[in-house]
Write a protein that binds this ligand. Structure first.
Ligand SMILES: [Zn+2]
Length: 92
């Protein structure tokens, strides 16, 4: 069995587009993945059973309200990672 979380590509897109302007001390891949994971954990998933279902969900939910919600969650995740970075740049 295989399902896809349609929120995943939406969050990835929002994160990729805005990553360079985010208020986070470290911009490495690990920190980005941490923000990505935390954001997805705090958003209700939208599971679809086909990869092409993502386009459908995307079209249906690609509105200002949902994107605003995604950006709020990304902001929260960025704050958490900024306060407690897990990547090796901060391990001593
Ligand atoms: Zn980092």
């Amino acid at each position: 069995m295989k399902v896809y979380n349609a929120m995943e590509p939406l969050v990835a897109e929002a994160l990729n587009e805005n990553w360079s302007e985010m208020n986070i001390p470290c911009k490495c891949e690990q920190c980005k993945n941490d923000v990505f994971a935390i954001t997805l954990n705090n958003l209700s998933p939208r599971y679809v059973s086909k990869g092409n279902g993502i386009a459908f969900v995307k079209a249906q939910y690609f509105d200002k309200q949902m994107m605003a919600n995604i950006y709020v969650r990304i902001g929260e995740a960025v704050k958490r990672v900024a306060e407690n970075p897990q990547c090796e740049n901060y391990q001593r």
